[in-house]
Design a protein around this ligand. Structure first.
Ligand code: 0PR
Length: 453
């Protein structure tokens, strides 16, 4: 750091040049975030000093947080939104971490025998390491097996977001990945077949990162109830999409929605608290919620579903204005709470419906334009994510290389940001509110050139 500070003039010149190096979302098809709504930005500035980690000092922000939780629970079909329990987070990753942390604590509490067994197994392993002889290698192995035998596991579809890989590492749990169907959605029978005595819970996704598909949460809910397991729904992306899709063809007001082939969008999809087995749901205002970054919301059906796991992470907070804190992070941005409150109140369901209709219209347009050049999406999109196979389908490795080459050329030659999927070799386009039909036409014309069609 310099001894003397730079002048405001110089500083803001520097900031402008940094800002110019950032995207303005003009040519971005790869992001699940977008330009926040102006009311969110204004509210963020108004509450820039607010820390919702100390709600006693920021009682206004605290009231807004409670209202955001209530509004979101009601959006998610909660039968009694006032009993929902939750808080704002920094986004999908943090929400997923907390949801799984509670699952693990619940498991360790309700299976105290298992807890003791883990301790025993750990002790045995340590002992064996000390007596590090060739003979006890076999014994060590059996102890490791014993340790693994008691390792908590989490069941989730193969399409789950990579945040769960971090969670597995952080919380030392095993991920058991269930099969997916031809539309990249969890197969319930496969999820159920993976359940064993060390399963801490199930994960369903509403709007998976690569394809936007929604897992069959109705079936997952039944499985969760049958096996008395918590079920967390990662609706980081889909939470602000699925509830706002038109219910049926006849109720689709926008004429552009008529005649398109996005059938799944024409019926109400149940994926949250209207299904009794769902314990928690996360949705991200900083994605299709049109709020600012960081913006995540984690909601539990009620406080009692967390008993007794909440006590495990509740800590005494003698120097705060509250007695206990049970959130993962301490200081939290009240500005994000205000921004999310502002945009949800200002847009209302009607505003979000328009936003989703706009993005689905783009999705429809994208498909029609693809058709014109003789291409079609990898799967029929459920929501505003399109994947496109650019290889010949004969060899996966060759297809991956080609996809990567095209992706890189779209960026280097033409400045388009597009991502690639890992489940299958395909290009991925997220049709966010910052995208226009003109962008789609221009990008596809460049893609056509690269593909030599
Ligand atoms: N769950 C799902 C289903 C997600 O798609 C994501 C992020 C998360 C959880 C994690 O959310 P946070 O990143 O908010 O913690 N999905 C996007 C992705 O990884 C995030 C993203 C957003 C990536 C904007 C790039 C970008 O420019 O693709």
């Amino acid at each position: 750091m310099n001894e003397k500070g730079v002048s405001e003039e110089e500083l803001f010149a520097q900031l402008s040049s940094f800002s110019n190096a950032d995207t303005n979302f003009k040519k971005v098809f790869s992001s699940m975030c977008t330009i926040p709504h102006p009311v969110a930005v204004a509210a963020q500035q108004q509450f820039s000093l607010s820390n919702i980690g100390d709600p006693g000092l920021f009682q206004g922000t605290s009231q807004m947080e409670a209202e955001v939780i209530r509004m979101s629970a009601s959006l998610l079909g909660h039968p009694d939104s006032s009993s929902a329990f939750g808080h704002l987070t920094s986004g999908g990753t943090e929400s997923n971490i907390e949801a799984v942390l509670h699952m693990k604590n619940r498991f360790l509490n309700s299976f105290s025998n298992a807890e003791n067994a883990i301790e025993n197994a750990v002790e045995n392993t340590v002992e064996n390491t000390v007596e590090n002889t060739v003979e006890n290698t076999v014994e060590n192995k059996s102890n490791n097996d014993q340790l693994n035998q008691f390792k908590p596991n989490l069941i989730l579809p193969k399409t789950a977001h990579f945040s769960f890989e971090k969670i597995a590492n952080l919380l030392d749990i095993e991920l058991k990945k269930a099969d997916i169907d031809s539309k990249f959605r969890a197969v319930p029978e496969s999820m159920e077949s993976l359940i064993d005595e060390n399963t801490i819970g199930l994960i369903g996704i509403a709007g998976n990162t690569e394809f936007g598909g929604c897992d069959p949460v109705e079936s997952l809910s039944k499985i969760a109830i049958k096996h008395n397991l918590p079920l967390h729904i990662d609706a980081a992306f889909g939470g602000f999409v699925y509830p706002f899709l038109p219910e049926s063809d006849s109720s689709a007001k926008s004429s552009s929605m008529k005649g398109n082939n996005i059938k799944a969008g024409n019926k109400k999809i149940k994926f949250a608290f209207d299904l009794p087995g769902v314990t928690s749901v996360s949705i991200d205002p900083h994605k299709m919620g049109l709020s600012v970054i960081p913006g995540g919301i984690l909601i539990f059906r009620n406080e009692s579903v967390l008993y007794p796991s909440l006590d495990k992470i509740k800590v005494k907070t003698p120097y705060l204005t509250i007695k206990y804190q049970s959130t993962l992070t301490g200081t939290r941005p009240g500005s994000s709470v205000a921004a999310t409150y502002a945009v949800m109140k200002h847009l209302g369901a009607e505003g979000y419906r328009k936003n989703v209709a706009y993005c689905m219209d783009l999705t429809d347009y994208f498909q029609k334009e693809l058709n014109k050049i003789g291409l079609k999406p990898y799967i029929e999109p459920e929501i505003n994510i399109i994947t496109l196979h650019v290889g010949d389908g004969k060899d996966k490795t060759a297809d991956r290389e080609k996809t990567e080459k095209i992706r890189a050329e779209l960026l280097e030659k033409y400045g388009w940001n597009v991502s690639a999927t890992k489940t299958v070799p395909a290009l991925r386009f997220v049709l966010m509110p910052h995208v226009t039909k003109e962008d789609i036409t221009a990008m596809l014309s460049d893609l056509k050139e690269l593909l030599e069609i």
